[in-house]
Design a binder for this molecule. Structure first.
Ligand SMILES: Cc1cc2nc3c(=O)[nH]c(=O)nc-3n(C[C@H](O)[C@H](O)[C@H](O)COP(=O)(O)OP(=O)(O)OC[C@H]3O[C@@H](n4cnc5c(N)ncnc54)[C@H](O)[C@@H]3O)c2cc1C
Length: 576
C-alpha cells in the first residue's frame, strides 16, 4: 500500500498527544552530524527528540560481527553472487562485505532515480554512516573558505577558517583524532592524540617526495581512531575491523560517542524507525512548528513539535525533506525563495588510482595493522603553484604493504612448492588514491520525482550529477603527478588508472542547501540557519558551498557544534 502523509488516517495531533509530542528541539537523522546536534542541544539543557528512519543500533550489543573470525562467516566474508547481482550500486563500495552487509542500504530497499549515473551509498540506522566511515579527518584551511570568492566559482562562504577553528578544536577534543602537528596551512593542526607510525616503505616514499618535490608534504593520516584511551573509549586495538562497529569504542561513531553523551544528560528521546516526511511550516506564525513522521514499520503518521529543528539526514535526504516540505509560503520547498535548494551537488572525484611495486626492503616486514596510511595535502593552485588547465586542487592518500605469499603467475597452485611460496613474504606495494575537489555547478542537482513514490508515500529523489571538464583535467594531472612521485621513489610496474566511477561513490556527497551571504543565491546563513525560516538549521553536508579536497565529516561536526551553540544563543535572546 502506498501511503502519503495527507491520506493517512491516524495523525496523532490532538489533546494530550500534542503535549507528549512537543520538545524543545528536534534533530532529524542520527548519523555523524545529527549525533553532534543531539549531544550539543541536550547538553545545553534542551529536551531533544532525535528522529531516525532506521532501526536502533546500540553500541556493542548490535555489532553482531565485531568479534567474528573469517572462518565463522558462511562465505569467509565474501558476498555470494546473488547478493552482488541484486546490489549493483552498493556492491561498488569497498566496505560492502559479509561482515558489514547489515549496515548498508540495499539497492532495492530505497530506490532513487539516476538521471545520470550516481552511486548513492547509504546506511539507514541509528548512527548512520558513522559506523562505516574510514575516519580520515583533516581540517579545511583558510584557502578553502576563500576559494569561491577568489576564483568566483560558487557563492562566497559566509564564514572563514577563523570562525570554525575553535569549533574544530572543540569537536576534536571529544572525538579523539590521532595525528601529528605538521604545520601545514592546507590542513591546519588540531587537538591530536599521538599519531600512528608510517612503515618503512611509506617513510621511504615520504623522504623521496620531500627531497624531489619541496612543495609537497607527506604526513601520517589523521584518523578518528584512538591511539590512547580517550573520554572513556578505546584505545584502538589495531584490528582493522572498524566497519563492523568497535566493541572497544576505538573509533568515533555516533553510537559509541555522541549519542551516549546525549543520553547521559537525561534530555534525549531517541526514536528509531521514524521516517521524517516533511517539516511543518505555519504560515501565520512564520516559522516551522514541527515535523511529520511516518513509522517505518506500521506506516502510522504522527506529528512532533519543537521550537528548533535541526535537519541532519545526510545531505541528499536532508534536501529531499526540505523539497518535500511545501506550504503556501514555500511552494517549492522549505526556505527555497532563492530556487537554489537541490542545486550545486558535489562529490569528491576519487577516480584516480596509482599503484606501484617496490623491490627493496626485502629484509623488512611489519607486525600488526593500523587504520591509516599517509596523506599528501593539496599542492596544486596553492602557494606559488598556478595551473592553467583547472581550478582548485587535489590531495592524495595511500599506504604501503607487503603481501604474504610470493606466488607469481604460472606458479603451481597446489602442492609443496605452492605452500613454500605462500610462507615467503611477497613484494612491497603502494596504492594511492587521489581526492579531487568537485566544483559547485548549478546543473548538478536533485529534484523530487513527480510520479514515483517510496513505500512511505514520499517522492523519490532524482539525481542529476556529473564530473565536468575541470574535474577531468584535474584527474589527468593527478594521475601524472601520482605516477611521477612513485617513479622518483624507485617504484616499478606503476599503473595509473581512471576508475571512471560515477559521482556518489566518493561517499562525500555535499551541497544542495548551501550556506551563503546572500539569501537570493543561498539557503543558509553563516550559522547554518535558513535565511527565511529562522528556527530551522541544516548542518550536514547539504550546507557546503564548495567541497575542497579534504575528507568532509570533521567539518560537518564542527559546523554542527557551532550551529547548535548559535541556535541556543538565538533562542535565549528570544529571536527564535
Ligand atoms: C565506507 C565509507 C567510508 C567513509 N570514509 C570517510 C572518511 O574517511 N572521512 C570522512 O570524513 N567521511 C567518510 N565517509 C563519509 C561519512 O560517513 C559521511 O560524510 C557522514 O556520515 C555524513 O554524516 P551525516 O550526519 O550527514 O549523515 P549520516 O551519517 O549518513 O546520517 C544520516 C542519518 O539520517 C537518517 N535519515 C535519512 N533520512 C531520514 C528521514 N527521512 N527521517 C529520519 N532519518 C533519516 C539516516 O538513516 C542516517 O542515520 C565515509 C562513508 C562511508 C560509507
Amino acid at each position: 500500500m502506498t501511503n502519503t502523509f495527507q491520506d493517512t488516517a491516524a495523525v496523532n495531533i490532538n489533546g494530550p498527544g500534542k503535549q507528549k509530542n512537543t520538545f524543545d528541539a528536534i534533530v532529524i537523522g542520527s548519523g555523524i552530524s545529527g549525533g553532534w546536534a543531539a549531544k550539543e542541544l541536550c547538553e545545553k539543557g534542551l529536551k531533544t527528540l532525535l528522529l531516525e528512519r532506521g532501526r536502533n543500533v546500540v553500541h556493542i550489543k548490535d555489532y553482531p560481527t565485531a568479534t567474528m573470525d573469517p572462518w565463522e562467516f558462511p562465505h569467509r566474508n565474501q558476498l555470494p553472487r546473488e547478493i552482488l547481482e541484486a546490489n549493483p550500486i552498493v556492491s561498488k563500495c569497498y566496505a560492502f562485505h559479509e561482515d558489514t552487509l547489515h549496515f548498508f542500504v540495499k539497492d532495492n530497499e530505497h530506490p532513487y532515480v539516476q538521471v545520470k549515473p550516481f552511486d548513492w551509498i547509504r546506511g539507514y540506522q541509528v548512527g548512520g554512516k558513522s559506523l562505516l566511515w574510514a575516519r580520515m579527518t583533516q581540517r579545511w584551511g583558510e584557502h578553502d573558505f576563500e576559494a569561491n570568492a577568489r576564483d568566483g566559482f560558487g557563492c562566497d562562504w559566509p564564514i572563514r577558517y577563523k570562525d570554525l577553528a575553535p569549533w574544530y578544536s572543540y569537536v576534536e577534543r571529544f572525538v579523539g583524532i590521532s595525528g601529528n602537528r605538521d604545520g601545514l596551512p592546507q590542513i591546519p593542526d588540531g587537538e591530536f592524540l599521538p599519531a600512528m607510525e608510517l612503515n618503512c616503505v611509506e617513510r621511504h616514499f615520504q623522504e623521496s617526495v620531500h627531497k624531489n618535490f619541496p612543495d609537497r608534504r607527506v604526513v601520517v593520516s589523521r584518523t578518528a581512531n584512538l591511539s590512547q584511551a580517550h573520554n572513556g573509549r578505546g584505545p584502538c586495538q589495531y584490528r582493522n575491523l572498524c566497519h563492523r562497529g568497535c566493541p572497544f569504542g576505538g573509533y568515533f561513531s555516533a553510537n559509541a560517542a555522541t549519542i551516549p553523551a546525549a543520553e547521559k544528560t537525561g534530555n534525549l528521546t531517541l526514536r528509531p524507525q521514524s521516517v521524517v516526511h516533511s517539516i511543518i511550516y505555519d504560515d501565520q506564525k512564520g516559522r516551522a512548528t514541527g515535523v511529520r513522521v511516518i513509522d517505518a514499520l506500521t506506516k502510522e503518521a504522527t506529528e512532533y513539535y519543537a521550537r528548533i529543528i535541526f535537519v541532519n539526514a545526510g545531505t541528499l535526504n536532508t534536501t529531499l525533506i526540505l523539497l518535500n516540505s511545501t506550504s503556501n509560503r514555500f511552494p517549492n520547498g522549505l526556505g527555497n525563495d532563492s530556487g537554489v535548494l537541490g542545486h550545486y551537488l558535489m562529490d569528491h572525484n576519487y577516480r584516480g588510482r596509482v599503484r606501484g611495486e617496490y623491490e627493496g626492503f626485502q629484509d623488512k616486514y611489519y607486525s600488526g595493522r593500523k587504520p591509516g596510511g599517509w596523506y599528501l595535502a593539496r599542492f596544486r593552485n596553492f602557494g606559488k603553484d598556478v595551473q592553467k588547465d583547472f581550478l582548485r586542487g587535489y590531495a592524495f592518500s595511500g599506504s604501503a604493504s607487503r603481501s604474504r605469499g610470493n606466488v607469481q603467475e604460472g606458479d603451481p597452485t597446489i602442492g609443496a612448492v605452492f605452500k613454500e611460496k605462500l610462507s615467503e613474504p611477497g613484494v612491497w606495494g603502494m596504492g594511492i588514491t587521489g581526492m579531487g575537489e568537485h566544483l559547485p555547478y548549478f546543473e548538478n542537482h536533485v529534484r523530487l520525482s513527480k510520479d514515483k513514490k517510496d513505500e512511505w508515500g514520499i517522492p523519490l529523489l532524482e539525481i542529476d550529477c556529473e564530473y565536468k571538464e575541470n574535474e577531468v583535467a584535474m584527474l589527468k594531472d593527478l594521475l601524472a603527478t601520482g605516477a611521477e612521485m612513485l617513479e622518483k621513489a624507485g617504484f616499478k610496474n606503476i599503473q595509473a588508472t581512471d576508475s571512471k566511477q560515477a559521482p556518489g561513490l566518493g561517499i562525500h556527497e555535499m551541497g544542495t542547501a548551501r550556506m551563503g551571504k546572500d539569501p537570493k543565491t543561498s539557503v543558509l546563513n553563516g550559522i547554518n540557519q535558513m535565511h527565511n525560516v529562522k528556527n530551522v538549521f541544516v548542518s550536514d553536508g547539504a550546507c557546503m558551498a564548495s567541497s575542497a579536497c579534504q575528507n568532509p565529516s570533521i567539518t560537518y561536526m564542527a559546523l554542527t557544534a557551532r550551529a547548535a551553540d548559535a541556535a541556543v544563543t538565538e533562542m535565549k535572546r528570544g529571536n527564535i
